[in-house]
Unconditional design. Structure first.
Lengths: 563, 486
């Protein structure tokens, strides 16, 4: 099996984007001219420069102050990273904005030329992506290893092959997607014909995330290209190796006049968001999602937000224990070590069943990751020291630290946390309040399995909800009553790989869908086109309004010809 | 905290509680509400006509055509379609997903807010309400305070006909509107101007609330040089009716301006003058077949549009204004300056500028140099021009050889793009707007790919790759040990 000679330490010495330890980025309170707001993505600090943002009041500042102080107090050694907004960058801010404006202007010009609308252009770009993924698979895998120590096979399963199949599907189906759909017409508009024509929106922005930095960047870009748009991709600076690679590869393989990668951190994102876009697709946390939406409102830009949430897994006592445990592990630790938006966040099971489930999870975990999971090469690491500290804070909370029943080991130098299971943490603990996004799995117990519904419904709507049961009645109730982006019975995460299912959240977990045809739709406007002939004009529609006309009109509109 | 907020929060708690009870998800509840709405419109038709006359001077036939009639049709359409819309749709799965099934299931969003506009106070309020009810939500409706008689009729009548634990009407102006927007909603449906639209969207951002914005824009009508008099007659009939006969041009999909060739202009103007007299009589104010301007403020805004001397000069028909009765005569202008306000902002009144071009093909560039409109109308028999308009311009909808009529087409999504809005409604699109499409997949415990989980090795990689490529033979070969490398 191929292994990379890169150690995580070497890999991370190039990490940019986290400004921990650099206090220049934290000028608080806000200066009058440029309000600097600290936000989480979902938890990283981002200072945001935009006077029209109204979000100051909403940021639970205290918690971030705590994280920050802890983070700043430490010497991160080789992990010390570059400032996100140093003085130099601030001086260049003006330049950044101009550059963003320039990119948009160029792409708008290309869009106006009409070349992205042709089927041939779309196909050629999609083919290039397919070729790129095929030819550069090794580099992509290496970049993912540098950024996240992502095991090769996991990178292949969750990023490379998903991108490939998404691209292949678009190539196969594109003609059908582009074909206008005929619409039925009614007596009111008789005689006429109608169709619904998908048209590209224009210049679109894709802001992606660091946890699946390749897939979450390219998958939306595939949709944007298939729909005939010009597109700017802003990869996450928290996964710098992949970001750099994406910039390099897209330049090499795709049409530069229509598809661009803009790299950078907050200053760049903020400059990009100031521009007018025809659609923004954002993957990340709810707080930055709010900023994106507010910025979009200024230009009336429609937005797709792919956020996360606390995805629950309900485990009934009548299940095949081994299969359920394996699937939970697959949906938690084998998914980027829990750093996935559809990953299992917490488990709810009955009091009696909890010990059995924990035993089974313990056995299967050992089988998957060995006796000492800290040594396993099949687990991703935590992305950076900020997130490590955040997760450590969740574990260190007084009412939580004594609930650990498995794992708990951590190594700050290697940014590793072992798969950790906690039993019956209190509802008001931090770990149950925010999305965990890491290898910690709280198990909550209830008397009766149906009590789990109340627990789930008392929280914001998650991106996914999982239920393991053989009880048909419970399945039905779960599907009917649990509001979530998607529901999967007896498995985890797999539903997000099915291209015929819409992928997207609801409420706090986001808005809009993508994947497969839904990606095409997300970047298209469905234009209603009605064709009428000059014949069949009826005077009853027009003034002067006589009683006879009125009677006839009533009959026609109600579809009652005999009237 | 002011009393508005206290009342509002109590209402919202009640609505949220009622939604949680699951009552509104029941198909019989949804049907009963739609039927309630149908009887509201039927039984209170007279009151509706009266209110529209009072607020806008709308003739009752116009009111029937644009509001009551369309609503009746839409409710019946929803009642017919509801069962089908609510049922889950099967999603295709590849063969490797053995013993699995997947469906897409629409679920209601929760508590939604509908803010409507004054120009079609019943249509624009109840049309989205049909969708919100059909999708199984609870809702607050805020009618526009600029049509006060209609607003109070809605506030009085809705509780009599609909389940008032699920539907609340909140009346008021911008203060109430702001308080409403500060609350957390699961969806906001807004009809109005793009200025307020921006405000609604940025307020919604705080709670990550999705919005549907039905805005307007300057909708052009491209009129080709039609040679047959029958065609000319029909085109002029439809344009005149759609401009002056639908709330006196105060409609988001009204024709805002006309694009026509220089040669055809005089023919078109002559025909239109005659048609206006035909439809509205010598003195339109006295025939009562045309609506008035909604209020003084809008009247003055329209007056200001004409006050530019260069615009004044371009008037070829009409132009008289009766400030006391808030009535403006149908007015046609030929080639007002393109940098004048009348060609920059949405007119929303009975002024119809005609812009002349050398070649009708120039109209595409003219339209593309402006924000995307809600609708583009084109009166032409030229197939090539039609194709170009559909593929080279962008707008909410395109209608050939007619105007406004797309509003009544149930099978066509209605909504804007860019400056003219986002999100769609009408027919099933209304149901979709107020639903979340939940992906539901079911698996059994029986089949599992053992190679899905760590510890990873090259053998598992081969199998997974074969699975992803749906390469069943490859899978078999790997399992039998006959294939060892990629």
């Amino acid at each position: 099996m191929r292994r990379f000679p890169v150690t995580p330490k070497q890999g991370c010495s190039v990490v940019t984007g986290l400004q921990l330890g650099d206090n220049r980025a934290f000028t608080y309170p806000f200066t009058s001219k440029t309000a600097q707001i600290h936000l989480s993505f979902p938890y990283s600090f981002i200072s945001f420069n935009s006077p029209y943002l109204l979000l100051q009041g909403q940021i639970p500042r205290n918690r971030y102050e705590i994280y920050r102080k802890k983070a700043v107090a430490k010497d991160f050694g080789p992990w010390k990273t570059l400032p996100i907004m140093g003085e130099e960058e601030k001086q260049q801010k003006f330049g950044v904005e101009e550059e963003a404006a320039l990119v948009v202007k160029e792409l708008r010009k290309s869009f106006r030329s009409g070349k992205t609308k042709s089927y041939e252009w779309r196909v050629s770009q999609l083919q290039s992506i397919d070729k790129m993924v095929h030819e550069r698979e090794k580099e992509i895998t290496e970049a993912l290893y540098k950024d996240l120590s992502k095991p090769e096979i996991e990178a292949f399963v969750s990023e490379i092959s998903m991108t490939k199949s998404s691209c292949k599907l678009a190539l196969r189906e594109l003609k059908r997607w582009m074909t206008p759909e005929e619409a039925k017409t009614s007596l009111t508009t008789f005689p006429s014909s109608a169709e619904i024509v998908p048209e590209p929106l224009g210049v679109v922005l894709v802001i992606s995330s660091w946890n699946y930095p390749f897939l979450l960047s390219i998958d939306p870009v595939i949709g944007a290209i298939a729909a005939g748009n010009t597109v700017v991709l802003k990869p996450s600076e928290t996964a710098p190796a992949t970001s750099t690679l994406l910039a390099k590869l897209l330049k090499e393989y795709l049409d530069q006049s229509t598809i661009r990668v803009v790299e950078g951190a907050v200053a760049v994102t903020s400059a990009l968001l100031d521009q007018k876009w025809d659609k923004i697709l954002f993957t990340g946390g709810g707080k930055v999602g709010r900023i994106v939406l507010t910025a979009a409102a200024k230009h009336l830009t429609p937005v797709v937000l792919e956020l996360g949430g606390k995805c629950p897994a309900v485990v009934d006592s009548n299940v095949n224990l081994q299969v359920a445990a394996r699937r939970i592990i697959a949906g938690k630790w084998a998914c980027n070590n829990g750093q996935a938006c559809v990953g299992v966040d917490y488990v709810i099971t009955t009091k009696d069943f909890a010990p059995k489930l924990i035993d089974s999870l313990r056995n299967e975990l050992e089988e998957f990751f060995g006796k000492d999971p800290m040594e396993s090469r099949d687990l991703s690491r935590i992305v950076n020291s900020f997130h490590f500290t955040r997760l450590a804070t969740l574990l260190n909370e007084d009412k939580v630290s004594d609930k650990i029943v498995l794992g708990g080991q951590r190594n700050e130098n290697q940014l590793k946390i072992a798969p950790t299971i906690l039993l019956d943490v209190p509802e008001d603990s931090l770990i149950m309040q925010e999305e965990i996004f890491g290898p910690l799995l709280p198990i909550l117990t209830v008397e009766n399995i149906e009590d789990s519904f109340d627990v789930i419904c008392s929280k914001p709507k998650p991106l996914a909800a999982y239920c393991f049961t053989n009880d048909q009645q419970l399945k039905k109730k779960f599907v009917q009553n649990i509001p979530a982006g998607g529901v999967l019975i007896n498995d985890t995460v797999l539903h997000s790989t099915v291209s015929s299912l819409p992928f997207g959240g609801v409420g706090e977990s986001g808005m809009g869908y993508y994947h497969g045809k839904f990606s095409f739709d997300a970047f298209s406007h469905k234009k209603a086109v009605l064709y009428r002939s000059f014949d069949g004009d009826s005077s009853i529609r027009y003034p002067p309004y006589t009683p006879r006309r009125q009677r006839l009109l009533k009959a026609v509109i109600s579809g009652n010809i005999l009237g | 905290m002011d009393s508005i907020v206290i009342d509002l929060e109590r209402d919202l708690d009640e609505l949220r509680g009622y939604y949680r009870s699951g009552k509104t998800k029941d198909v019989t509840w949804r049907k009963s509400q739609l039927k309630g709405m149908l009887s509201l419109i039927k039984e209170r038709e007279g009151d509706i006509f009266k209110a529209l006359k009072e607020d806008l001077g709308k003739h009752h036939v116009e009111a029937f055509r644009d509001e009551v009639g369309v609503l009746t049709k839409s409710i019946k359409f929803a009642l017919n379609g509801l069962q089908g819309w609510m049922s889950s749709k099967k999603a295709k799965l590849p063969a490797v997903a053995l013993l699995s099934s997947a469906v897409v299931l629409p679920e209601p969003l929760g508590v939604v807010l509908i803010i409507s506009s004054w120009n079609f106070p019943f249509g624009l309020c109840l049309e989205p309400l049909i969708g919100a009810i059909a999708a199984g939500n609870t809702m607050v409706v805020k009618p526009s305070e600029l049509a006060p008689a209609c607003s109070s009729l809605l506030a009085n009548a809705i509780p009599d006909y609909l389940d008032n634990k699920a539907v609340k009407v909140v009346q008021g102006g911008s203060v109430v509107g702001q308080r409403l927007l500060q609350q957390k909603w699961d969806k906001i449906f807004f009809t109005g101007s793009s200025q307020v639209g921006r405000l609604v969207m940025s307020e919604a951002a705080k709670h990550l609330t999705p919005v549907t914005l039905e805005l307007g824009g300057k909708c052009p009508a491209v009129v080709d040089s039609l040679s047959w008099s029958w065609d000319q007659e029909a085109a002029v009939n439809r344009i005149t009716g759609a401009k002056f006969g639908a709330c006196a041009g105060q409609a988001c999909i009204a024709v805002d301006y006309i694009l026509v060739t220089k040669e055809f202009t005089s023919t078109l103007v002559a025909l239109m003058k005659a048609k206006i007299k035909d439809m509205f009589g010598e003195n339109p104010r006295e025939t009562n077949s045309m609506s008035r301007i909604v209020n003084k403020q809008h009247f003055l805004r329209l007056k200001r549009l004409l006050s530019d001397p260069n615009v004044q000069k371009s008037i070829v028909y009409g132009g008289s204004m009766d400030e006391e009765n808030l009535f403006i005569e149908p007015t046609i202008l030929v080639d007002p300056p393109l940098d004048a306000e009348i060609m920059k902002e949405e007119i929303f009144g009975p002024f119809l500028p005609i812009i002349t071009l050398n070649d009708i093909k120039e109209s595409i560039e003219f339209i593309n140099s402006r924000p995307k409109p809600l609708a583009i109308y084109a009166f032409t028999k030229n197939e090539a021009l039609r194709k170009r308009i559909v593929s080279e311009t962008s707008s909410g909808s395109v209608v050939f050889n007619d105007a406004i009529i797309q509003y009544a087409a149930d099978n066509m999504p209605f909504g804007g793009v860019g400056e003219s809005g986002q999100g769609k409604y009408h027919g099933k699109a209304s149901f979709d707007t107020f639903s979340h499409y939940k992906a539901v997949a079911r698996r059994s415990f029986l089949t599992d790919f053992w190679y899905r989980s760590p510890p990873w090795n090259e053998y598992k990689l081969l199998l997974i790759e074969a699975t992803y490529n749906f390469d069943y033979l490859g899978m078999l070969l790997v399992i039998l040990g006959l294939k060892r490398s990629r």
